[in-house]
Design a protein around this ligand. Structure first.
Ligand code: FPP
Length: 238
């Protein structure tokens, strides 16, 4: 049975939309004297485990930050490693579409390699009818960049200024039609939002923790959800 909106003291309230900044892969690898790429490999495994777990417990939306508009500044080898992980994930025969998970990539996908863009297209198409978790994977995503794209589209559509509303802006973001994230989780001990879902996070609850992303488990997600469940969200009211 769905737990959304249930208010009994014994029940917890599940966030409808969880977003995660998957941070700490590099430090996880360093602690083990491994190359940074090993951290990303471990992080990609954690990503799959957590996405499957969210689907299992009935979370409706999960958005993960896989690669930011700023991540291109990293050494070419590291960028290539992350892109290869993305390729592997997209080619994986055990992909989420067999698990009723609907996948969408958000971000400016135009600079990605053509084969990745084609795999993304197939993945999105192949999972379009899934009715379980809606999984957004943010690649070459930046909150400011997203707003710039939205404004450009709004202007190019010839919208008069008086018709520019919050809803119109929301409808021009990569997340158009989705509820805003209720709960944003950032592991790894960093207390920043790093250009993630800038507009959509206006009323999100945040949870920061010291765990490095590859060590993040379903049990930690459960703890985070319990924490969320105890918070009293007022959306500016009283
Ligand atoms: C941040 O950790 C992590 C990234 C920039 C990459 C995240 C990518 C993955 C988890 C793999 C994604 C794969 C798929 C299939 C979606 P960091 O490298 O900044 O860690 P550090 O702060 O410890 O150096």
């Amino acid at each position: 049975m769905s737990l959304f909106g249930r208010k009994k003291a014994t029940d917890r309230i599940l966030p409808e939309h969880i977003a995660i900044i998957m941070d700490g892969n590099g430090r996880w690898a360093k602690k083990r004297s491994l190359p940074r790429s090993a951290g990303h490999v471990a992080g990609a495994k954690t990503f799959k485990t957590i996405a499957r777990y969210c689907n299992k417990i009935g979370i409706k939306y999960l958005t993960v930050y896989a690669f930011s508009t700023e991540n291109w500044k990293r050494p070419a080898e590291e960028v290539e490693g992350i892109m290869n992980l993305l390729r592997d994930y997209l080619k994986d025969a055990e992909n989420f579409k067999h698990e009723n998970i609907k996948v969408k990539f958000i971000g400016d996908l135009s600079p990605l390699a053509d084969d990745i863009k084609e795999l993304i297209r197939k993945d999105e198409e192949g999972s379009a009818d899934a009715t379980g978790l809606k999984l957004n994977i943010a690649v070459n995503y930046g909150g400011r960049d997203e707003l710039v794209h939205a404004v450009k589209r709004i202007i190019s559509e010839g919208t008069p200024p008086e018709q520019v509303t919050e809803k119109l802006i929301s409808d021009h973001l990569y997340t158009a039609g989705m509820p805003d994230p209720d709960f944003i989780i950032r592991p790894s001990g960093e207390y920043r939002t790093s250009n993630f879902l800038l507009w959509q996070s206006a009323y999100a609850e945040y949870r920061f923790s010291d765990i490095l992303w590859p060590d993040f488990t379903p049990a930690q997600l459960e703890r985070a959800i319990d924490d969320y469940s105890r918070r009293n969200r007022r959306f500016g009211g009283i």
